[in-house]
Design a protein around this ligand. Structure first.
Ligand SMILES: Cc1cc2nc3c(=O)[nH]c(=O)nc-3n(C[C@H](O)[C@H](O)[C@H](O)COP(=O)(O)OP(=O)(O)OC[C@H]3O[C@@H](n4cnc5c(N)ncnc54)[C@H](O)[C@@H]3O)c2cc1C
Length: 441
């Protein structure tokens, strides 16, 4: 491949205690938590809103937040849930899930960030990382005003994809593309009769009629991609339902060529599903898709290797850890890469086999936030150190709030003590987290 080399002077525009790249659920939780400890925090995102997948990708539902007794993402998560539940009740939702209203979630996140005193910057895409002897010195961003650099004592990777940690030199794992979980462009629908839809009972791959309807559409070609894994729709406002509908396969969330193919393919598929719903689904004869994500929904990409890797056995044994900073319990939801009818049944079986009972959860050790080989960096959210199974549980929004809150607290302690996140007093970290509501053993 041809290469060019060029050098240029890049202004150091910020010198802060903590620099967080990526304002998804993990990054926002980290930023708010750290700033509340008095740290000078800069939060940057390539996109135009806080929330990452939970807003920009229009994910419509909040996954498990409780073990039946306790609120697992307590602390930061409780603040979001308290405000969102009020919004949800106002809309009189009827389906047992805790729906997400992307627009309201943006307002809540921005409100919390502003009140905590976080300096927030959109349109700033991480372009390079300069690391010296395992210490990140500067992160460099491409923005409308040009390139600029940020110096910080502690950096946090909230990119979901582990981009900062990888570019800093941390090792990572990623499933081969033929195995990787498919991506989905989530969508907002309007113009439906929700009661008729509920009464009709043909909603998801778990309902009796849906697999047959899908099979007929695959056979007659009206749905061009065979995909029996149909997670369906959730009512998320008086006027809209959020669709987690259709998959695109083999997408590499770390490669813009693959992401572009995924978006174009998804928009084509959504047109097919809109016709399919109008024709086949009760209450949807006049429905239309009014919006879809401005980011493709990426379920799986890099998992950064940390000082500990949380694995399926830890999950299954509901293991406790001496450095535990949270607990979580959502089943391992590995979307199948080839969703035939048989594979969807396998998926359902495995999903159910990992379900936690009343009061059960697995511990999350602090060490999963500490990328190997790098001194002043923490990860949070989807890219923390797990195997694929635990990733398929912890990747959901409440899990990202838990790891984000812990990363923010740890970063604030390290910045304050002028030490690395590896050197902080972990028992003190746990006490500080408990003081803001964190739940763990
Ligand atoms: C289709 C789909 C459906 C899902 N359904 C559910 C569900 O029903 N319930 C649930 O709880 N969870 C669900 N999830 C999971 C959940 O939404 C995500 O795993 C979670 O949002 C990940 O949070 P995060 O903080 O790690 O990063 P993300 O949400 O991925 O956010 C990362 C942020 O970093 C920014 N960023 C990335 N790279 C750069 C860069 N180079 N420079 C600057 N900024 C950058 C992005 O713009 C983004 O804002 C779903 C996910 C998908 C994809």
């Amino acid at each position: 491949m041809n290469t060019v080399s060029f050098s240029c002077e890049i202004p150091v525009r910020y010198d802060v205690d903590i620099c967080i790249t990526g304002a998804g659920p993990g990054g926002v939780a980290a930023a708010v938590t750290a700033a509340r400890q008095g740290a000078k925090v800069l939060l940057l995102d390539a996109h135009t809103m806080p929330g990452g997948m939970s807003t920009a990708a229009r994910v419509p539902v909040l996954m498990t937040v409780s073990d039946g007794i306790r609120l697992l993402p307590d602390g930061f998560g409780r603040e979001i849930i308290d405000r969102s539940t009020a919004a949800a009740q106002a809309h009189n939702f009827d389906n047992g899930w805790m729906p997400l209203h992307a627009e309201q979630l943006k307002w809540i996140y921005e409100d919390l960030l502003t009140q905590a005193g976080v300096e927030l910057l959109y349109y700033a895409r991480l372009a390079a990382v300069r690391t010296e002897n395992g210490t990140v010195r500067e992160t460099i961003y491409a923005a409308p005003s040009g390139l600029f650099a940020v110096k910080a004592k502690i950096f946090i990777d909230g990119t979901g994809d582990g981009t900062l940690a990888t570019w800093a030199g941390a090792p990572f794992d990623m499933a081969p593309l033929e195995e990787i979980m498919p991506s989905t462009l989530c969508s907002f629908w309007a113009g439906f009769d929700w009661q008729a839809y509920r009464d009709g009972g043909a909603c998801t791959h778990n309902d009796d009629k849906m697999p047959d309807l899908l099979e007929a559409a695959f056979k007659d070609g009206s749905l061009s991609t065979e995909d029996f894994h149909h997670t369906g729709l959730v009512r998320n406002s008086n006027f809209t339902a959020g669709g987690n509908i259709s998959h695109v396969f083999g997408i590499d969330g770390t490669d813009e060529r693959s992401l572009t193919r995924g978006l174009v393919e998804s928009r084509r598929l959504l047109q097919e599903y809109e016709r399919f719903y109008r024709k086949n689904i009760a209450g949807f004869a006049n429905a239309e898709i009014v919006d879809s994500g401005s980011l493709l929904g990426i379920r799986e990409s890099r998992r950064i290797k940390g000082d500990y890797t949380l694995v399926l056995e830890d999950f299954q044994k509901r293991r406790d850890f001496p450095d535990e900073i949270g607990r979580y319990n959502f089943s391992a939801d590995i979307h199948p890469p080839r969703p035939t009818r048989a594979q969807v049944e396998e998926h359902k079986k495995f999903f159910r086999s990992t379900a936690c009972g009343h009061g059960e959860s697995y511990g999350i050790p602090y060490r999963v936030l500490l990328p190997q080989k790098i001194n002043n960096l923490l990860t949070c959210g989807r890219c923390v150190s797990t195997d694929r199974y635990v990733h398929a549980s912890l990747r959901v929004i409440p899990g990202c709030w838990i790891t984000g809150q812990a990363a923010g607290m740890a970063a604030a302690m390290a910045a304050d003590a002028n030490c690395t996140p590896r050197e902080i007093n972990v028992q003190q970290l746990r006490e500080n987290l408990r003081n803001i509501g964190g739940y763990f053993h």
